[in-house]
Design a protein around this ligand. Structure first.
Ligand code: SF4
Length: 740
C-alpha cells in the first residue's frame, strides 16, 4: 500500500500541472504547450466562453504569460466581436476568496469541514463508495454532474463511473434544461440533432420564439437576429411581456402551459388553409395523416378559449407562418421545462416539417441550448446514452463501443440509468446511499428544493467536486474535492449550433485544486481501474478517442484532426466526417439539407398526444400561477460564479424580487418595492414587489437565480424526458405588512 500511495502522490504532483513559475505562456503557446495558428498579437490568445451555450469566442490578454483580461473575439464566427457581461467578467470568479483550495473532510465530532491532503481524500472516496457498493450493490451509488465541464471530462467521468467503477445510475443538470430537446429530436429525427446554424437568425423572414427570451438569456444570439436584413416578422409566444416580446412584431401572451394547445391549433389552421408543403411532407415524413386528423379537434374557437388568444389573432399568426418563405422556429426553457414538454417541442417540430421549413437557410425547428456544454453532455457524457450517441440497451452498440475503447463489453451496463428525479426518489427510498456531485449546485437548483435537501440527509456519503466550498450543496458534503475552473484547464465545449470550440489553460488553479480530468485520472488509479484508462492520458488524447468512438454516427468528428484545427477554424460544427478534410469545414452548416433524417427509413416523424392539464393549477387557496426564468444577462443559474463579480452584481437586484401586475398589486394593497410573501403548498418565501405590466393579472414571475425560489416550485416531470416543470405552479401572494 505504501508503494501505491507514493506512486499516487507523484501522480498528484504531476497532474497539478506546472508549478506557478512554470505557467508562463510564451507568444504562440496556449494551455499545455500547443501552438495555435490563430494566435493574434504576442500577448493574446483565444478561447471560447464557459458560461452559456452560445459559445462566444474571447480574446484572452496575457501578462507574463497569464490571463489578466478578456475581450470579445472579432474573428470568431459565433459572436463576431460581441460578448455579454458574463463573458467580459469570466476571469473574475476564478479569483474569488471562497475557492476550494484543498480537499475538505467533515469532522464527525465538530461537524465542520476540515482540510485534508489529496491522498487521504482519495483513499476515503474509494473506501466509502466501495463499502457501499459491497453492502448494497452497484445501484447504490450515483453521480449528478453538469453541462459546465469540458466534453473530455464528461466522457471520462461517465466512463470511469460506469465501466471502471462498475456503477449504473448517473445524471446531469442538463436534465433540468435540455433533456426535452434531446428526447424530442431523437424521437422525431432519429438522433439528437439540432439542425440549425446561427446564420439562420439572419436569414429568416419569420422568426418564432416560443418560451424563449434571447434578449436576456442569449443576448449575443439576439444580436444575430438584429443583423437580419430581411425586415423579419419576429413573433414571441410567452405568457410574459419579456424583453424579447417587447421588441417583437407580434406577441402572443398565452395562458401559462397552453402552448401545446396553441401549437396544435396553428397546425389545424395551416392544414385547413393549405398553407403546408405537401411535396415535402410526402417525400420526407411519416405520420402526417394521423396528425392532421388529430389536430382537427383544435378549432380556432377551442384554442382561443384555452390559450386566451383571440380567434382573429390565431388566424393572423397562422397566416404569417403560412406566408413566410423562410420560417424558423426557436424554443428554449418555456417549452423544455413543462409537464408535457417533449410533445410540445415535437409540436414545434411538426410545424416546421409540415410547412417545409427545414434544411434551408433561415428555417428549422431549433432548440437553443442553455449551458456551455449541454450539447457535449447530450452526446458524450455516457449518462443517457453511451459515448457518441449510442444506446445502452443495444448489444451491437455496446460491442462497438467496447471495441473502440478496447475494453470488455461486459463492462458496459446493458440498462439505462435512473434519471435525476428517480435518483432523488431512490435516495429517499434508501436504495442509493452514496452520491457524487460534480460541478452543479443541486441544493439550490433542483425543483422543490426543501425536499431535495432533506433527502440528502439520508445519504451515507456525499462527495461534492466543485470550484467553491461555499455552494449550498458543498456545505452539505462529507467530502469536498477542489476543482479547477474554466480557464484553468483545457478541453472542448459544444455550443447550440453543434460547434465544437476550444478552452485553454490560461491561468493556474489556486492551491491544490485540480482539473476535473486529473481528479478522474487519480480516482481511476485509487479505485484500481487505472489500466482501463491508460490511453486517457490528456484531454486531447480523449478527444481522439471520442473521434474514434463516434465515427459513423450522425455526430461524427473524425474530420477534426486535433485541437489546433479547432483553433484554426474558429470551432467546427458536427458532423465533420473525414471526407470533409478535402475542403475546410464550411463556417456555417445546417442539417437535413437533403431531406434525409436519421430514422432507418430516413423520414421524420409526426408525433403528438392529447394535452394534459397543468398538474398544479391555481385555486381558491393558491390563486396565482408562478412563472420562473432568467432574470438578467448578468446572472447565471445559481450565481456561484456571477455572484463573485462586483461588476455583475451591480447589474441586477441584490435580493429576490417578484413581478406583480398592477391590478393585482392594487387589489392586495401592495406598493412598488414593498415586502411581500409568496407561499406555495411547499414553502413560504419573502420578496420585494416589482409592480409591472410584464406579467398578466393572476400571474407572478420570480427569477430563478435566488436561493429561495425553488422552495416553491412543484415537482412535476415530463413523462418522456423526465425534465422538471419549473414554469407553472400555484402560489398565494400577500403584502407582508398585511399579516402583521
Ligand atoms: S453570450 Fe454566453 S457565451 Fe457569449 S459571452 Fe455571454 S455567457 Fe459567454
Amino acid at each position: 500500500m505504501k508503494k501505491i500511495v507514493g506512486k499516487i502522490a507523484g501522480l498528484v504532483r504531476q497532474w497539478e500541472g506546472p508549478q506557478t513559475d512554470d505557467l508562463v505562456l510564451r507568444p504562440g503557446e496556449f494551455g499545455l504547450g500547443k501552438i495555435p495558428a490563430r494566435l493574434t498579437p504576442d500577448d493574446t490568445t483565444t478561447m471560447v466562453c464557459g458560461y452559456c451555450s452560445t459559445g462566444c469566442g474571447l480574446n484572452v490578454h496575457l501578462k507574463d504569460g497569464r490571463a489578466i483580461n478578456l475581450s470579445a473575439d472579432t474573428h470568431y464566427p459565433v459572436n463576431l466581436g460581441m460578448a455579454c457581461p458574463k463573458g467580459w467578467e469570466a476571469l473574475t470568479p476564478l479569483a474569488a476568496p471562497d475557492r476550494a483550495t484543498t480537499p475538505l473532510l467533515r469532522n464527525e465530532t465538530t461537524g465542520e469541514l476540515e482540510p485534508v491532503d489529496w491522498d487521504r481524500a482519495l483513499l476515503l472516496f474509494c473506501e466509502r463508495f466501495k463499502e457501499i457498493k459491497r453492502n448494497h450493490g452497484p445501484e447504490s451509488v450515483a453521480f449528478l454532474s453538469t453541462g459546465q465541464i469540458v466534453t473530455e471530462e464528461m466522457a471520462f467521468l461517465g466512463a470511469l463511473f460506469k465501466f471502471g467503477m462498475g456503477f449504473v445510475h448517473c445524471d446531469s443538470n442538463t436534465r433540468q434544461c435540455m433533456a426535452t430537446s434531446a428526447v424530442a429530436y431523437k424521437q422525431s429525427f432519429g438522433f439528437d440533432a439540432p439542425p440549425y446554424s446561427y446564420n439562420d437568425f439572419e436569414e429568416s423572414d419569420v422568426l418564432l420564439f416560443i418560451g424563449s427570451n434571447p434578449c436576456i438569456a442569449h443576448p449575443i444570439l439576439w444580436q444575430r437576429v438584429l443583423r437580419n436584413r430581411h425586415n423579419p416578422e419576429i413573433i414571441v409566444i410567452d405568457p410574459r411581456a419579456t424583453e424579447t416580446a417587447m421588441a417583437a412584431t407580434q406577441h402572443f401572451a398565452i395562458l401559462p402551459k397552453s402552448d401545446l394547445v396553441l401549437l396544435y391549433g396553428l397546425a389545424n389552421i395551416l392544414i385547413a388553409s393549405h398553407w403546408i408543403r405537401r411535396d415535402y411532407i410526402d417525400a420526407h415524413t411519416t405520420g402526417f395523416e394521423d396528425f392532421a386528423n388529430f389536430v382537427a379537434q383544435f378549432t380556432p374557437e377551442v384554442v382561443s378559449g384555452l390559450t386566451g388568444i383571440s380567434v382573429d389573432r390565431l388566424w393572423r399568426l397562422a397566416q404569417t407562418i403560412g406566408d413566410g418563405k423562410r420560417v424558423s422556429f426557436w424554443w428554449t426553457m418555456g417549452v423544455n421545462q413543462g409537464h408535457e414538454s417533449t410533445r410540445t417541442a415535437q409540436a414545434v417540430i411538426n410545424l416546421a416539417l409540415m410547412t417545409g421549413n427545414m434544411g434551408r437557410p433561415g428555417t428549422g425547428a431549433n432548440s437553443i441550448t442553455g449551458q456551455c456544454n449541454a450539447m457535449g453532455s447530450r452526446l458524450f457524457a455516457n449518462v443517457t446514452g453511451i459515448l457518441g450517441g449510442y444506446d445502452f440497451l443495444n448489444t451491437v452498440h455496446r460491442k462497438h463501443v467496447a471495441e473502440q475503447l478496447r475494453i470488455d463489453p461486459a463492462a458496459i451496463p446493458n440498462r439505462n440509468s435512473r434519471s435525476y428525479d428517480q435518483i432523488v426518489d431512490d435516495i429517499e427510498a434508501g436504495k442509493i446511499k452514496g452520491l457524487w456531485v460534480v460541478a452543479t449546485n443541486a441544493s439550490h437548483s433542483w425543483i422543490n428544493q426543501s425536499r431535495f435537501n432533506e433527502t440528502l440527509k439520508k445519504l451515507d456519503f456525499l462527495v461534492v467536486q466543485d470550484l467553491y466550498s461555499t455552494t449550498e450543496t458543498a456545505r452539505r458534503a462529507d467530502l469536498v474535492l477542489p476543482a479547477a475552473g474554466w480557464g484553468e484547464k483545457e478541453g472542448t465545449l459544444i455550443n447550440s449550433e453543434r460547434r465544437i470550440g476550444l478552452v485553454k489553460r490560461v491561468t493556474r488553479a489556486p492551491g491544490q485544486a485540480l482539473a476535473d480530468f486529473n481528479i478522474f485520472k487519480l480516482i481511476a488509479q485509487y479505485w484500481g481501474c487505472g489500466e482501463m484508462f491508460r490511453e486517457w492520458s490528456s484531454p486531447e488524447a480523449v478527444f481522439q478517442i471520442l473521434k474514434r468512438v463516434s465515427s459513423g454516427q450522425p455526430c461524427e468528428i473524425d474530420g477534426i484532426k486535433d485541437y489546433r484545427m479547432l483553433d484554426d477554424c474558429g470551432g467546427v460544427q458536427w458532423p465533420c466526417p473525414v471526407s470533409i478534410d478535402a475542403a475546410p469545414p464550411a463556417t456555417e452548416r445546417r442539417l437535413f439539407e437533403d431531406g434525409r433524417f436519421y430514422h432507418a427509413d430516413q423520414r421524420a416523424r409526426f408525433l403528438f398526444e392529447a394535452p394534459r392539464p397543468n398538474p398544479e393549477p391555481a385555486d381558491v387557496d393558491f390563486p396565482f400561477i408562478l412563472l420562473t426564468g432568467r432574470g438578467t444577462s448578468s446572472q447565471w443559474h445559481t450565481q456561484t460564479r456571477t455572484g463573485k463579480s462586483d461588476v455583475l452584481r451591480k447589474l441586477y437586484p441584490e435580493n429576490v424580487y417578484v413581478e406583480i401586475n398592477p391590478i393585482d398589486a392594487e387589489r392586495l394593497g401592495i406598493a412598488p418595492n414593498a415586502p411581500v410573501e409568496i407561499a406555495s403548498r411547499r414553502a413560504q418565501i419573502e420578496a420585494t414587489a416589482f409592480v409591472t405590466n410584464s406579467v398578466q393579472p393572476g400571474q407572478l414571475f420570480l427569477p430563478m437565480h435566488y436561493p429561495s425560489v425553488n422552495e416553491l416550485t412543484f415537482p412535476a416531470f415530463d413523462p418522456y424526458s423526465r425534465q422538471p416543470s419549473y414554469k407553472a405552479c400555484a402560489v398565494r401572494l400577500t403584502a407582508k405588512s398585511a399579516r402583521l
